[in-house]
Design a protein around this ligand. Structure first.
Ligand code: AP5
Length: 191
C-alpha cells in the first residue's frame, strides 16, 4: 500500500495522471478539487456558496474545510493505495497530512513534483475549455482566473517543495512530456 502526493500548478496534469494510476494500479484518487466541487454542487448553504466563490476566483478554500474533508478520507482508505491530487496546497496542510497519517501508523511514500513552464499551463487550460463541448465547463477554467490560480500556487504551494525535499521523499518529473511519458516516469518512481 502506498500513499503518493502529486504536486504541481493548475493544469500540469495531476488529474490526468491520477486517473491513469487508478486504471492501471487500482489507486484511490483523493482530489480535493473534485471533493469540494461535489460538496458545493449538493449544498445550498451559505458556506457552500462562500466555498464556490473562492474556487471561482482561484483562491484557496480555508484549511479547516479542506482538512476536515481529507482527514476523514485518510482514515477511510487506510488499507488502500492512495493518490493525493491537489492536497496539500500549503505548509499547514502538509503538516496536518503527516500528522493524520502518523496517527494511523502510516506515512507518505512519494511526493511527485510536476515541473512545467507556466506559459504551457495557459495552452492546456485553453485546450480544455475548447474541448469541453456540451460538458459543463469548470467555473475557474478561464484565462483570467488561471493567472490568479498560478499566483496562489507560487505563494502558497511552492514552499512545500522544500519541506518534502528535506524529508527526502520528493521526486521531480518533466510534466511537459507527452501523457504516456509522464506516466512512465511516475510508474518508475513509485514501483
Ligand atoms: P483543483 O481541482 O485541484 O484544480 P487545479 O490544481 O487548479 O488543477 P486542474 O484540475 O486544473 O489541473 P491538473 O493539474 O489536474 O491538470 P489536468 O490533468 O486536468 O482545484 C480547484 C480549486 O479548488 C482551487 O483553485 C481551490 O480553490 C480549491 N482547492 C482544491 N484543493 C484545495 C486545497 N488542498 N486547499 C485549498 N483549496 C483547494 O490537465 C489539464 C489539461 O491538460 C487537460 O485538458 C489535460 O487533458 C491536458 N494534459 C494533461 N497532461 C498533459 C500532457 N502531458 N500533455 C498535454 N496535455 C496534457
Amino acid at each position: 500500500m502506498k500513499r503518493i502526493v502529486l504536486l504541481g500548478p493548475p493544469g500540469c496534469g495531476k488529474g490526468t495522471q491520477s486517473r491513469l494510476l487508478v486504471e492501471k494500479k487500482e489507486y484511490i484518487q483523493l482530489s480535493t478539487g473534485d471533493l469540494l466541487r461535489d460538496e458545493t454542487s449538493k449544498s445550498n448553504s451559505e458556506l457552500g456558496k462562500k466555498v464556490s466563490l473562492l474556487m471561482e476566483s482561484g483562491e484557496l478554500v480555508p484549511d479547516e474545510i479542506v482538512i476536515n474533508i481529507i482527514v476523514n478520507k485518510v482514515e477511510e482508505y487506510k488499507n488502500k493505495s492512495v493518490i493525493f491530487d491537489g492536497f496539500p496546497r500549503n505548509l499547514n496542510q502538509a503538516k496536518v497530512l503527516d500528522e493524520a497519517l502518523k496517527n494511523i501508523s502510516l506515512e507518505l511514500d512519494n511526493v511527485i513534483f510536476f515541473e512545467i513552464d507556466f506559459k504551457i499551463l495557459k495552452e492546456r487550460i485553453q485546450n480544455r475549455i475548447d474541448q469541453s463541448g456540451d460538458l459543463e465547463q469548470r467555473k475557474d477554467d478561464n484565462i483570467e482566473t488561471l493567472s490568479n490560480r498560478i499566483e496562489v500556487y507560487k505563494s502558497s504551494t511552492l514552499p512545500i517543495v522544500e519541506y518534502y525535499e528535506e524529508k527526502g521523499i520528493l521526486s521531480k518529473i518533466n510534466a511537459m512530456e507527452k501523457v504516456e511519458n509522464v506516466n512512465s516516469e511516475i510508474l518508475k518512481i513509485i514501483s
